[in-house]
Design a protein around this ligand. Structure first.
Ligand code: ZN
Ligand code: ZN
Length: 301
């Protein structure tokens, strides 16, 4: 079992020092839940290097002024850490024998993914998550931002899903990342089309044709969506298309590390998946879904 989506800092914190002890605590908690390997995947936009390259992407006439202002403030708050120090800390954890790999959660930046790839090529990443957290400068998943959430009352849900899916397709086509994180994140605030199948089909096709894996995440259970990412219908499509899977908590602090790992195991079992995909140096390898830590190790009586 994997926890291939972990953050070091909650969104409301910045300038929090990196600590090897924190990573050791993450590993101990994961191990207790039967999770054997962790990927550290902080948001790219938390780093000054990203701000220098990508900051201001919201200055686009298609982005409404209120959303552009909100995004500018969000970036200013978040983009304070040093990517070199983050990678060095993850490397140190790896060298100390902790079961971690070095990753990053990368957003989709329209027409700028070559720039992103150029920056990231300079680091020894094991795995890169590809995420769509905003479309057209709108942070549809930022439940704490009233300006962003107000958009849900004026936008058409099907149109939102269409924009999201198009961004996800474009991200996948760039082949700049390895794993599609929380693939149906557009449901985060609880808004789902009456007939989501057409979007699920497109998401599964985007993953399959790009060679990306997809993430099965417990984070959706902690949100208004109230279910894992992806929904069962989308997960079944990924499996049918041969898209490999990772498992993840998307924890932003220790308490959520390996969150509901047993429930993720049950979801995997329900779709007949017994092998996940791990990464080293961005090369995939199979990882057998281990038994629950509480399930014992040997013969069933
Ligand atoms: Zn995310
Ligand atoms: Zn995340």
């Amino acid at each position: 079992m994997l926890d291939y989506h972990l953050h070091l800092w909650p969104h409301h914190e910045h300038d929090t020092p990196l600590r090897l002890e924190q990573l050791a605590e993450y590993c101990a908690r994961a191990e207790a839940a039967g999770v054997t390997e962790l990927a550290l995947t902080e948001h790219l936009f938390r780093f000054r290097q990203a701000d220098a390259l990508l900051g201001g992407f919201w200055d686009d006439e298609r982005v409404p002024p209120a959303l552009a202002e909100s995004m500018a403030g969000y970036w200013k708050f978040h983009a304070t850490a040093d990517l070199d120090a983050y990678v060095a800390c993850a490397q140190e954890a790896k060298e100390a024998g902790l079961p971690v790999v070095i990753g990053l959660e990368v957003d989709y930046y329209e027409d700028r993914m070559d720039t992103v790839a150029g920056l990231l090529a300079g680091y020894p990443f094991d795995v890169l998550l590809g995420s769509v957290h905003w479309v057209g400068g709108w942070r549809f998943d930022d439940l704490d931002d009233p300006v962003s959430m107000a958009e849900w009352s004026v936008r058409d849900v099907d149109a939102c899903w269409d924009s999201y899916t198009r961004a996800l397709e474009e991200l996948a086509a760039t082949r700049s990342c390895d794993v599609l994180a929380h693939p149906d994140l557009m449901k985060v605030a609880g808004h789902v089309p009456d007939a989501p199948a057409e979007w699920w089909d497109r998401m599964a096709e985007a993953a399959a044709s790009s060679g990306m894996a997809a993430e099965l995440s417990s984070a959706g259970w902690r949100k208004p969506a109230g279910e894992q990412y992806p929904a069962l219908g989308l997960l079944e499509r990924f499996v049918a298309c041969g898209v490999p899977l990772t498992t993840a908590s998307d924890a932003h602090h220790l308490d959520h590390v390996a969150h509901r790992a047993d429930d993720l195991r049950a979801v995997l079992a329900s779709v007949g998946v017994g092998v996940l995909q791990g990464y080293r140096g961005r090369d995939p390898h199979p990882v057998v879904v281990s038994r629950s830590a509480g399930a014992g190790t040997g013969t069933v009586a």
